[in-house]
Design a protein around this ligand. Structure first.
Ligand SMILES: [Zn+2]
Ligand SMILES: [Zn+2]
Length: 321
């Protein structure tokens, strides 16, 4: 499925098999998660520098050939597809901020396809215990969410704003870590709130409701800027609002008083390989359970549309073979 230009649906196309270059693996793609970032690419809210491109950055595949892995190995390919390894961010443990970084499904053809190539150094070995469909959402929803949770520090009371693919995984991790989770859904989404409670949230309500007690951290997964000021008002002194998405509508102005007392607002960008290794090691210990809605590859547009309108719980995943 090919993205030709923003604003147009993805196009089903028959492309030649990609050829792995030195250091790359050729993969048979088994599954690929659908992410809100894919919607931002489709809508032109995140730039695609050199279309056409095959989207998809939560790839689960088996190695067919190439360097770095034995043929047959199951690997995962995340959003971070390549970095220069030499800039001050890469050398300082923040490869997620590499100005030269190339991203899977934006700068590099991704996993909405039967075959893909990937730089072996950026592929993850995947834990057993989760099948291809159920492990796919860990590769972005899970691990960028995990990075966001890490930015919450030792926060005990964690609010999750937007209870989709990321939050349904992070809720489980946070509860397992001994934190208390407060889940915020679209107002009136009783099903989503019940889903959050079933995953360990001690309270769930609409994003227009205040939590029953102040939050030490608020993680925002929905792309709505007004949630930033809402979450800020829900914070305990010294708390932090972490924005986990790549794009958000404008944030309204707010009185300084809401930020006073060392409250913080920050974003989380991309991932490092360390984030992925940590989350994938933790997944079987929690153990993380993913809720997925599968779609055939050629239904990628329908999956994106359902994501846009919040028509499923958990994560959408393309089942490819
Ligand atoms: Zn770099
Ligand atoms: Zn993503």
């Amino acid at each position: 499925m090919v993205l030709d230009a923003p604003g147009r649906p993805l196009r089903l196309a028959d492309l030649p098999d990609p050829e792995p270059r030195p250091g790359q693996v050729l993969l048979d793609v088994h599954a690929c998660g659908v992410c809100r970032t894919d919607l931002h690419l489709l809508d032109g809210e995140v730039d695609v520098p050199d279309p056409p491109v095959v989207p998809g950055h939560q790839i689960v595949g088996r190695v067919v050939a190439g360097d770095g892995f034995e043929p047959g190995t199951r690997v995962g390919v995340p959003w971070l597809g390549w970095t220069d390894g030499t800039c001050r961010f890469c050398r300082g443990g923040r490869e997620n901020l590499c100005p030269q970084a190339r991203f899977t499904g934006r700068d590099i053809d991704g996993g909405f396809a039967e075959r893909a190539v990937a730089d072996a150094r950026f592929c993850f070995a995947l834990p057993e215990g989760l099948d291809d469909l159920h492990v796919a959402p860990l590769l972005c929803a899970g691990l960028i969410g995990y990075r966001a949770l890490r930015m919450a520090g030792d926060a005990e009371r964690v609010g999750l704003y937007g209870f989709g693919a990321s939050a349904h995984l992070l809720c489980q991790v946070a509860v397992w870590q001994g934190r208390r989770v407060f889940a915020f859904t679209r107002p009136g989404d009783a099903e989503g709130q019940a889903f959050a409670r079933s995953l360990g949230a001690e309270w769930a309500g609409g994003s227009d409701e205040p939590p029953p007690e102040p939050l030490d951290a608020a993680l925002i997964f929905a792309p709505a800027g007004p949630l930033v000021t809402t979450a800020l008002r829900a914070l305990e002194r010294g708390g932090v609002v972490v924005c986990a998405g790549i794009h958000m509508s404008d944030i309204p102005s707010f009185p300084y008083e809401d930020l006073w007392l060392e409250r913080e607002i920050r974003s989380v960008a991309n991932l490092t390989r360390r984030d992925g290794e940590e989350l994938l090691a933790l997944a079987p210990r929690v153990p993380l359970r993913t809720t997925v809605t599968p779609y055939p590859l050629e239904w990628a547009n329908e999956a994106l549309d359902d994501l846009r309108h919040g028509r499923f719980e958990g994560a959408a995943v393309l089942r490819i073979r």
